[in-house]
Design a protein around this ligand. Structure first.
Ligand code: DPP
Ligand code: ZN
Length: 887
């Protein structure tokens, strides 16, 4: 496969002003008539070669091409793979192209496809070329007029982008709808839906007095699950107006839910298409996390209307321009919807967790890439946590450096300069620099250098001079293709705590900085000297996680306990607890590997006890503070990863806390009930989270009482959050020998859960995922589940719920010493790749960090990787991932 480089970018030889599309929709044979009005792009040189119109097409049957009315023969153009080139130098061109595609056999879910008998599209990144020949690149922006024709009984609803102009009946039981999108857009934002659906709708007043029609479309039977998505949409529209002065620019905004979908959702102009997972919810079937996910994703896609659609990307290397920025916007939206400082901190902690769980490992593995990649084989492989979540951290750092007002000025300037353009990450940085009057040239390295920077801190207190010196040394490990790194521009937010736990006032170079100072680390080695420091302080470094770096500092236990009890910055307060836990978990994993007995000290358990019972703190915060680092995060700290030892260590700590804090956990469980009707507000979500964490700890050291508690909660739960938490507690206690019939209780709950919810696909996904992630589930059990009538590899959510969950979230089962997990992985990647390369490629990445494991495991892993890599027929998606893993 061919590698595509950012440095090779050239402007398009022709621009498209208008696109007129006609669809005769038939699952077995859809005819697409495409009429393009093109204009020669004189800004693009041809390097002396003759000019050509370049169109992309895949899996299309070409019926006819006409150029300015003249039919072209096979000698008038050349087809080379996906590229169709027509020699042409005319200033103005009308190109008419007729093609045929077969939606019903399209299992890739890219382009036009059929799901449960209905038509949907997915065009980002390069799916439009599977619908018609087109200059399918984001810097070609055009207006679209779309005529849809289909059988009226089977497909009563016909939707596309923009405004509905006309609809009516046709002979033979068919009907049509004509849609017009007044805004210029790149082809990846095109969408159509032809389906039998129903909708919840309302009109909503916009800031400027207009009223917009809002619709949420779902399959019949799901109208009892659309309300939260509609509420979230309205909150998103209002928030974008209030915080950024950005308005909905269309009279109509539609969300359509589909059960077969590769991503979470897609921001097509005016016609967002969503995975059902991020639309359908009511208390019976959806958890608190599901409700939060819906609000975040509805917001995310809506916010793309400005950051992505009105201002789009010049090329796919700039993907983070829209994704990092839009993730940052949806993060701020979710935080603002909670409103309280403590609630904001909990959302921030969640973001830090995601980075450590997924992005730091990616940055340290074979697929490491900069936020703005320099090359790719398959762009679909670069919809990553680095582009999205690290990209959002990069945007957040502008706000930290410029302040909220400065950042807002930068955003305003960005829109003023670039509305209706396709631009680059450099353009965004320039808007921030110009609006803030700042030199942000060094900041560019956050876009160009991969890898997680390490900041090593050292401190020195001079009692005589009353100065406190903070020395920060930064470095960044080598990543594929990037051996040496230059220093980053890192905002480091710092506070100093006195012995009583209070913040000390900060003075730097005679300037009073309040109690949190944002230091700008720009050198490889830089020292900051605080003056007027009257006592030996404890440093709170990287407050609010002010940069996506790994901070190293030799904290003592006493300092960490002080921070865990008192830091005024809740994120660092949480962080101190994570550091206390991580130190112990790493030591215990070593002990477990060496067969030594395991022991947990009082200092740690007492700190956890104090946190648990501190009623002055929000339950949501306490839940975060009591949650241990995940097995993946622990593994990321080890040179040689031993999954079994890590699991034993973490289980031991969970069980020891469960046993030693039994009465406090039980009391907190009772105190955290949420009586009355279910509500997904932050306060109630926090109480349920803390209650269910207490239950999980109690069942980690199960006795009869704990299991009885879980069974009672399972039986009496009035919502899915409590139901699934109880089920999880029972399933994870399945192998306990301390309780009679532990396995029978788990199996009974699983059976009843399935019986009750078998008609709810998203709940059945939870049922599979719950079993796939349980440490008692081995490959044989997964294979047995694959024969369940409800299992299919063809539905991405279902495939991920069982296969990807097992390979990615069940380290003990997946890393079985005999290599059976890896053989299963290879088999699954190959089977999925034949159906859906994007889903297969995600699964393939479960093996990314194979070189970090013990030699005995590595040997099996390499064999599995080679087995996949050795296949003659493999998608570019999977080939790139396994190729990089083995390189
Ligand atoms: N639909 C995906 C997202 O919103 C890709 N743009 O992030
Ligand atoms: Zn996005």
């Amino acid at each position: 496969p061919q590698t595509i480089y950012r440095k090779d970018y050239t402007a398009p030889s022709y621009l498209v002003d208008a696109v007129e599309l006609g669809f005769d929709l038939d699952p077995a044979r859809t005819v697409v008539a495409n009429r393009l009005t093109l204009r020669r792009n004189d800004a693009a040189g041809t390097g002396g070669a003759r000019r050509e119109i370049e169109l992309y097409g895949e899996e299309l049957q070409l019926v006819a091409i006409r150029l300015n009315g003249k039919a072209l023969g096979a000698r008038d153009y050349a087809i080379d793979g996906a590229l169709l080139r027509i020699p042409c130098d005319a200033q103005d061109v009308v190109l008419e192209i007729e093609t045929i595609c077969v939606p019903e056999t399209n299992t890739t879910l890219s382009g036009l496809y059929v799901s449960n008998g209905n038509f949907y599209t997915q065009c980002e990144a390069e799916g439009f070329r599977r619908i018609t020949y087109f200059p399918d690149r984001p810097d070609v922006m055009a207006t679209y007029t779309v005529m849809l024709r289909a059988d009226k009984r089977q497909f009563p609803v016909l939707l596309s982008n923009g405004n509905l102009i006309e609809e009516g009946d046709l002979p033979d039981g068919r009907h049509y709808a004509l849609w017009e999108d007044p805004f210029k857009k790149p082809s990846y934002l095109f969408a159509l839906v032809a389906a039998s659906l129903v909708c919840q709708e309302e009109t909503f007043p916009l800031q400027d007095g207009r009223r917009a029609l809002l619709q949420v479309w779902v399959e019949e039977g799901n109208l009892d699950k659309t309300d939260y998505a509609m509420q979230s949409l309205k909150r998103s529209i209002r928030w974008d107006e209030e915080r950024w002065n950005l308005e909905l620019d269309l009279d109509r905004f539609m969300i359509v839910a589909v059960g077969d979908f590769n991503m979470g959702a897609m921001e097509n102009k005016g016609l967002n298409i969503f995975n059902t997972k991020y639309v359908l919810a009511n208390p019976r079937v959806a958890t608190d996390v599901d409700f939060q996910g819906i609000e975040a994703v509805v917001g995310h896609e809506y916010f793309h209307n400005w950051t992505g659609n009105r201002v789009t990307c010049r090329d796919w290397f700039q993907l983070s321009l829209k994704e990092g920025l839009t993730v940052f916007r949806d993060q701020e939206f979710s935080a603002d919807m909670i409103g309280t400082a403590s609630g904001r901190a909990v959302t921030r902690i969640d973001q830090v967790r995601t980075l450590r769980q997924a992005q730091f490992p990616e940055d340290a593995g074979p697929m490491a890439h900069p936020v703005r990649p320099d090359s790719f084989v398959e762009i679909n492989n670069f919809y990553t946590v680095t582009v999205y979540e690290k990209g959002a951290e990069v945007v957040r750092m502008y706000q930290t450096l410029l302040g909220r007002d400065g950042f807002r000025k930068g955003m305003d300037l960005y829109f003023a300069r670039h509305d209706e353009q396709a631009v680059t990450c450099d353009d965004f940085r320039a808007a921030m620099a110009d609006a803030g009057g700042r030199d942000l040239s060094q900041f560019e390295r956050w876009y160009s250098q991969a890898g997680t920077p390490v900041v090593q801190a050292e401190t020195h207190y001079d009692a005589e001079r009353q100065t406190y010196t903070l020395r920060l040394v930064q470095s960044c490990p080598a990543t594929p293709g990037q051996a040496g790194k230059l220093p980053f521009h890192i905002p480091v937010a710092v506070g100093l705590l006195g012995a009583d736990g209070r913040d000390l006032p900060l003075t730097l170079d005679g300037v009073d900085l309040g109690t949190t100072a944002v230091l700008e680390l720009v050198e490889a080695d830089q020292s900051f000297v605080f003056g007027g420091v009257r006592e030996q302080p404890t440093p709170s470094i990287l407050r609010d996680f002010s940069a996506p770096v790994i901070l190293k500092y030799g904290y003592s236990d006493a300092e960490l306990v002080l921070l865990f009890s008192h830091d005024s910055d809740p994120v660092n307060r949480w962080e101190a607890g994570q550091r206390l836990a991580m130190g112990r978990l790493l030591k215990l994993a070593e002990d477990a590997a060496a067969g030594r007995s395991l022991d947990l000290d009082d200092v740690f358990v007492d700190a956890m006890r104090k946190m648990l019972v501190d009623a002055s703190l929000d339950p949501a915060f306490r839940e975060q503070a009591l949650l241990l680092p995940s097995e993946t995060m622990i593994a990321d700290q080890m040179d040689v990863v031993d999954p079994m030892a890590i699991h034993m260590a973490r289980q031991f700590v969970r069980a020891d806390i469960g046993a030693r804090l039994r009465s406090e956990l039980r009391a907190q469980y009772d105190a955290s009930q949420t009586p009355g009707e279910y509500s997904p507000d932050a306060e109630s979500i926090g109480r349920r989270a803390l209650k269910n964490l207490c239950l999980a700890y109690l069942c980690a050291a199960p006795d009869e009482a704990a299991i009885a508690l879980a069974r009672r909660q399972f039986d009496e739960a009035g919502n899915m959050t409590d139901r699934v938490a109880a089920l999880g507690a029972l399933v994870h206690a399945r192998a306990s020998s301390a309780v009679a019939d532990a396995a029978a209780h788990a199996d009974d709950a699983l059976r009843r859960f399935y019986d009750e919810f078998q008609g709810e696909a998203l709940v059945v996904d939870k049922w599979f995922a719950m079993q796939a992630s349980a440490p008692t589930t081995d490959v044989a059990a997964v294979r047995a589940l694959m024969t369940h009538p409800a299992f299919t590899l063809r539905n991405p959510n279902r495939a991920r719920s069982l296969v990807s969950t097992f390979c990615g979230a069940n380290p003990v089962g997946f890393h079985a010493p005999d290599g059976s997990g890896y053989a299963f992985w290879a088999e699954s990647v190959i089977a999925l790749d034949a159906l859906n390369p994007q889903v297969a490629s995600r699964l393939a990445r479960a093996m990314d960090r194979w070189r970090r494991y013990a030699p005995a495991l590595q040997k099996h892993m390499k064999k599995a990787l080679q087995q996949v890599a050795g296949r003659a027929t493999l998608s570019n998606d999977v080939r790139e991932v396994v190729g990089k893993a083995l390189a």
